[in-house]
Write a protein that binds this ligand. Structure first.
Ligand SMILES: Nc1ncnc2c1ncn2[C@@H]1O[C@H](COP(=O)(O)O)[C@@H](OP(=O)(O)O)[C@H]1O
Ligand SMILES: [Mg+2]
Length: 424
């Protein structure tokens, strides 16, 4: 789907939602409206935190972030090998900071006794006395971020948070989910490698109730304005967009996508910049999956890293169903965002046998694709089961997200026909 946007402001110029309803019909909007409102705002705030850190990372590496031929972890020209660890450390700090901030906001808003959070990061390393320096950085980052909360329509703390409050906020995210009750599911920074490389990454927040995903919110801070730019490494599209667009921020302005189960709608909002404030629903625009069902015209996307999926198996599947375009390799849940926005038609992931997919890597993206009109199943054609705790237990081989049933059927049939002869 092509987006017509105002390049001056980076906003859709035909924003098409009724104000005050988050984009949904007024009646519908009342169901889970408070949860959706807070979730969208807190993901915007998290994106702003991540952007600030990522900008620092990219400039610190003075435009010399290189990927090795084998796509193994990033190396930075001018830094010794330990700088890889340094970048990963910065990324972990961001994970903890986002997790603490989201946990604090949700607990303040809904009451900590009512909030169960399943999230990626645990608190062990950070609470170790050897990590005092690390904890200081996280506490400072969280407080700086929370000071900006009112710009996003959220309450900031009366006093800056201390170490123990930040550690408590992180450790409250220790729920393991399950088949009953309400559980928030958070991936504070999904796509760690994309994040440290200044490339695509996502902040993902979902609400699961009685095993079903009810709300999905996906922040994609580097989602490019034109779908072709998803193909380019950040340095390339940054240089390109900087020369084409008036604002230096335009290249990476990103968006937040959100939906509510059963609404049959999904929405995308631009991120705010500088002194702007987040006004609900802030130029939200309805998004829809692509209507392409001819494999020859379809684009499929998959993880960038070959450790996370089997690129040669998907290449074989692509060939057998008649996909002709080069795969779009993108870090993180931005792949689900690309399907929901109609920028790609198929997402396939086949992790190595034994790898257990985590619910926080999929919950928000799956619901957004489904409500935008798409289909998501495992490789056997069954819906993903979010009711079994932190893993997608029972997942059959891999994950297939498609813009519609015809392409999905073709892929699932091709998997059926080729699986036994594959080495998987
Ligand atoms: N060996 C593996 N196989 C499959 N997926 C893996 C994996 N190791 C990590 N992942 C997951 O893949 C996610 C990244 O997705 P992608 O490859 O699509 O960019 C990681 O999220 P994090 O980066 O949040 O840890 C992680 O959850
Ligand atoms: Mg992840």
């Amino acid at each position: 789907m092509s987006q017509s946007r105002n390049p001056e402001k980076g906003l859709p110029d035909n924003a098409d939602c009724p104000s005050g309803s988050g984009g949904f019909d007024i009646m519908e909007a009342e169901i889970y409206s408070e949860e959706l409102d807070v979730a969208v705002r807190v993901v915007h705030l998290a994106c702003s935190l991540c952007q600030r850190v990522q900008e620092g990372l990219v400039s610190a590496s003075s435009d010399h972030v290189k990927s090795k031929d084998d796509d193994s972890p990033v190396t930075v020209a001018g830094f010794r090998a330990s700088s890889v660890n340094y970048l990963m450390l910065l990324s972990s700090q961001t994970d903890w900071s986002v997790q603490a901030m989201v946990s604090w906001i949700l607990s303040e808003h809904f009451g900590s006794q009512n909030v169960s959070i399943v999230a990626e990061e645990d608190v062990e390393t950070l609470s170790n006395p050897d990590s005092a320096g690390l904890l200081d950085v996280v506490v400072t980052t969280v407080n700086k971020c929370l000071a900006e909360a009112p710009k996003f329509g959220l309450k900031k703390p009366a006093k800056t948070l201390g170490n123990s409050q930040v550690l408590n906020a992180i450790s409250r995210c220790n729920s393991s989910g399950g088949p009953t009750g309400r559980h928030w599911v958070l991936d504070p920074v999904d796509g760690t490698l994309g994040f440290v490389r200044g490339d695509q990454y996502a902040v993902a927040l979902a609400l699961i109730e009685d095993g079903k995903v009810i709300i999905g919110v996906l922040g994609c801070p580097n989602y490019p304005m034109r779908k072709e730019w998803l193909n380019y490494h950040h340095e390339h599209y940054r240089a390109m967009t900087e020369s084409l667009l008036p604002s230096p921020h335009s290249w990476d302005e990103g968006c937040v996508m959100y939906t509510r189960r059963g609404s049959g709608k999904a929405w995308m909002q631009p991120l705010i910049h500088g002194d702007e404030t987040l006004e609900w629903p802030n130029f939200a625009k309805s998004i829809q999956v692509s209507s392409i069902d001819d494999p020859a015209l379809a684009t499929f996307c998959e993880p960038m890293e070959r450790t996370n999926t089997n690129h040669s198996f998907t290449a074989g599947l692509a060939h057998s169903v008649g996909l002709r375009k080069k795969p779009l390799r993108v870090y993180s849940m931005v792949k689900y965002a690309a399907i929901a926005r109609g920028d790609a038609e198929i997402f396939m992931k086949f992790a190595t046998a034994g790898y257990k997919e985590k619910i926080w890597d999929h919950a928000a993206g799956v619901l957004i694709v489904e409500e935008a009109g798409g289909v998501v199943t495992d490789a056997g054609g069954r819906p993903l089961d979010f009711s079994k705790g932190m893993y997608l237990e029972g997942l059959d081989r891999g994950i297939i997200a498609c813009c519609g049933v015809p392409l999905h059927d073709k892929i699932v049939s091709a998997i059926f026909a080729s699986w036994d002869s594959s080495n998987l």
